[in-house]
Design a protein around this ligand. Sequence first.
Ligand code: ZDP
Length: 286
Amino acid sequence: MRLSFQKYQGLGNDFLLIDNRHQEELLLTPEQAQHWCDRHFGVGADGVIFLLAGTGESDYRMRMYNADGSVAEMCGNGIRCLAKFIFALEGRSAGETVRYRIDTLAGLIVPEVQADGQVTVDMGKPQLLAQQIPTTLAAADQKVIDVPLMVGDRSWLVTCVSMGNPHCVTFVEDVAAVDLATLGPQFEHHPVFPQRTNTEFVQVLGSDRLRMRVWERGAGMTLACGTGACATLVAAVLTNRLSPVGNQAQATVELPGGDLHIRWDLPSQHLYMTGPALAVFSGTLP
Ligand code: ZDP
C-alpha cells in the first residue's frame, strides 16, 4: 500500500502528518512509525501525527507516536503543525483565522491559526500532583517543586509538571554546559518516573526570558518542545524564578530551534503557546 504523508516542522521539531480521517485504525503501526522516523533508513522525523475525524465535541482528533514508536499523549509543536495541516486540507487561504477543537489523549486542546500564519494554542491546564506526572518523587497528592533527585554523580533540584505528558524541569546557571546526551537518558529512564519523562534544563535570562534545552521521551535531543516550554514557564513561576504581572505570567522561551511565546493565565490556569509551524514537503511511503 502506498501512503501519502506531509512533513511539517515547528522550530525544527519535525513530524510526519498522516490524513487518517476516513478510518479508525491508524494507518501506520508503531514499528512502521519508528522505521519512517529514522533519519537514515526512513524519512526522518521526531514523531508521526495522525489526523482523525472529530467526535462531536471535537472538530478532529490527534494521535501521536514518538520516533521510538511509543505513544505520546500530547505534542505542543506537533499540534501547531496539525492545525496548519488541517488548514491546508480544508483549502483555507492565508490570512484567515481559524480555531480547531482537537481531541488528544491529554484532553481537548484548541489551536488557532492566526492571520500571520503563526499558531496560538490553548494548551489547557498544567497538572502538578505527583500521581498526575506520574512520579514517586513525592506523595501522590503533593507537588514536586525543587525536589532533590540523584542523577549521575550529583543531586539536581527538579520541578515536575504534566501537560498531559510528563516533564521534569531543572534550572541551571548555564544550559550550554549541560551534558544533555548523557544526562537526558538517565532522567528519562529514572525509576522515579514510571511513564518515563521529558527532561528540560532551563536558564533564566531575564524577567520574561528563559532558555531551555530538552531531552524528549521517546525522541531524544530535539530542537524544540512545545509542551516542555509550557512546563518550563510553570516551573519558573512555581519556584519564584519568574514573577507574574497582574493575573498572568509570560515569557519568551528560547529553544535551540527558535523562540516560543508562552502565557499562563492564572485565573483560568490555561496556558497559551504561540509559535510557527510550516510545511516542509509531501511524499509517498512505498
Ligand atoms: O511526551 C512525549 O513523549 C514527547 N516526546 C511528545 C512530544 C512533545 C513535543 N516535543 C512537544 O512539542 O510538545 C513534540
